[in-house]
Design a protein around this ligand. Structure first.
Ligand SMILES: Cc1ncc(COP(=O)(O)O)c(C=O)c1O
Length: 383
C-alpha cells in the first residue's frame, strides 16, 4: 500500500462543485484582484475567528512582517520567538528589519516555553511571536501576562493551527494580531499561496490594508507600501473550504487519536502531547525518536514501505547554513529542546481525507520498525 502525506486532490474532489462554483463566480465577475470575493472571504474569516478584521495577503510570511511593520517594529528592535519553527517565522522578523531572539520551546508541546521569555527581554524588545506549532496553541495566557507586564506586542504565527483553541481563549483573542498561511498543505489551504492577518485593532487593520496594496487607500494615491494581496480566485477557493474547516479539523483529531491508540507501547519513540483543555488541530502528527540516529532510519523504512513520512523541521532555524546572513539574531539560554526536536522529529501522513485502512497501515509499519529497532538496540536505551 502507498500512503501519501497530503490529500489535496481528494479534498478537491470531495467539494469540487463548491470550489468550482466560486472560481466560476470570480471568473465571470471580471474582478480578480481586490474584488468582491476577497471582501466576502475576509468577512467570513473575521467571523470565523470572532475578530473585528481580517486582511488577506499574498502569504503567511508577508502577513507576519506586515503586522510587525504596522506596529512600527523594525531596525533596532528585538522580537522573541523560538527556533523550531518553519524558517519563515524568523525570516519575517528579518524582513521587517528587526533582530530575531530565540528562546527554547516547551519539551512537551514544542511551542515557545513562556518561562524562558522574560530572560530574553531587553529595552529593545518590542514583540513576541508564539508559533502554534503542529496545530496546538502556545500557552497564550502566560505569554499575554508577560507581554502586558513588559508592554510588548504579540503576533501569533498561526500558519499551522486555524481552528485551534486553548483553555478559555481563541486564536486572535489574546494578541495584537494573528497571522495565518493558506499555502496548500495547511489545514485551510488554497491551490497555491496566500495568507491573512486577523486582528481587533483598527489601526493595524488600516495600516496592513494600505501596506499590502502599494500604500494606497484610493486610486492613484500612494505612500510607502508593497504588493501583497490575496487574489480573488484563492479567496473563492478558501471561502468554499472555510465552511468545512471544523469538520476537517475534527477528522485530523480523529486520525491523531487512532495513531495515538495504535502506537501505544512503542519503545523507540515518543508520541505528540495534546494538552488537556486545548483543541489541537493536528496540522502535523509528529513523533520523536528516542535517539537521533534512529530518525532517518525510521523515515527511510517508512518511505521504502510506501508511507510518505517527512520531518518538520529537521534543521532548527539558528542551525541553517549561512545563518544569519548578516541579519541579526540572538539566542538566549539553551535551546536544547528545540535542537532535540529538529533531530528526532518524524511526521506521519495527516490529512482529513485519510482512510482507516491507510492509518492502520501506517501504524502497522511504524510498529514494525519499532520492533526491529528495539530488537537491534540495547534494551536500556529504549525502555
Ligand atoms: C509556522 C509557519 N510560519 C510561517 C509560514 C509561512 O507561510 P507562507 O508559506 O504562506 O509564507 C509557514 C508555512 O509555510 C509556517 O508553517
Amino acid at each position: 500500500m502507498k500512503v501519501e502525506f497530503y490529500g489535496h486532490v481528494r479534498q478537491y474532489h470531495n467539494i469540487k462543485s463548491e470550489i468550482d462554483k466560486n472560481i466560476q463566480t470570480v471568473l465571470e465577475s471580471g474582478q480578480y484582484v481586490m474584488g468582491p470575493m476577497l471582501k466576502q472571504f475576509e468577512g467570513e474569516l473575521a467571523a470565523y475567528h470572532g475578530t473585528k478584521y481580517a486582511i488577506g495577503t499574498a502569504n503567511g510570511t508577508d502577513s507576519i512582517w506586515l503586522a510587525l511593520m504596522a506596529l512600527g517594529i523594525g531596525a533596532g528592535d528585538e522580537v522573541i520567538t523560538h527556533p523550531n519553527s518553519f524558517f519563515a517565522t524568523a525570516e519575517a522578523i528579518w524582513i521587517a528589519g528587526a533582530t530575531a531572539v530565540f528562546v527554547d520551546c516547551c519539551p512537551k508541546t514544542k511551542c515557545i516555553d513562556p518561562t524562558k521569555i522574560e530572560a530574553a527581554i531587553t529595552p529593545k524588545t518590542k514583540a513576541i511571536i508564539p508559533v502554534h506549532l503542529y496545530g496546538q496553541c502556545a500557552d497564550m495566557v502566560a505569554i499575554k501576562a508577560i507581554a502586558d507586564k513588559h508592554n510588548l506586542r504579540i503576533i501569533e504565527d498561526n500558519a499551522q493551527a486555524i481552528g485551534a483553541a486553548g483553555p478559555g481563549f481563541k486564536i486572535g483573542e489574546l494578541s495584537d494580531a494573528s497571522s495565518t498561511s493558506f499555502i496548500i498543505q495547511k489545514n485551510l489551504g488554497t491551490f497555491g499561496d496566500s495568507g491573512a492577518l486577523v486582528t481587533n485593532n483598527p489601526d493595524i487593520d488600516a495600516k496592513v490594508r494600505k501596506l499590502r496594496n502599494h500604500g494606497s487607500t484610493a486610486r492613484n494615491v500612494h505612500s510607502y507600501g508593497f504588493n501583497s494581496r490575496l487574489d480573488d480566485i484563492h479567496a473563492g477557493i478558501l471561502s468554499a473550504k472555510l465552511k468545512h474547516i471544523d469538520e476537517y479539523n475534527d477528522a485530523r483529531r480523529k486520525w491523531a487519536d487512532r495513531y495515538t491508540a495504535g502506537l501505544q507501547g512503542a519503545k523507540t519513540f515518543t508520541l505528540p502531547v495534546a494538552l488537556p483543555g486545548y483543541r489541537h488541530v493536528f496540522h502535523l502528527y509528529v513523533v520523536e525518536t528516542k535517539k537521533a540516529e534512529w530518525r532517518d532510519q525510521m523515515v527511510d523504512f517508512l518511505v521504502k514501505n510506501g508511507v510518505d513520512a517527512k520531518t518538520h523541521y529537521s534543521v532548527a532555524i539558528h542551525k541553517q547554513a549561512g545563518y544569519p546572513w548578516g541579519k541579526e539574531a540572538r539566542i538566549v539560554g539553551s535551546v536544547e529542546n528545540a535542537e532535540e526536536n529538529a533531530i528526532t522529529c518524524v511526521s506521519l501522513p495527516m490529512f482529513p481525507e485519510l482512510r482507516e485502512d491507510e492509518v492502520d497501515y501506517v501504524i502497522a509499519k511504524v510498529m514494525e520498525w519499532d520492533a526491529q529497532c528495539a530488537a537491534k538496540s540495547c534494551c536500556c536505551s529504549c525502555s
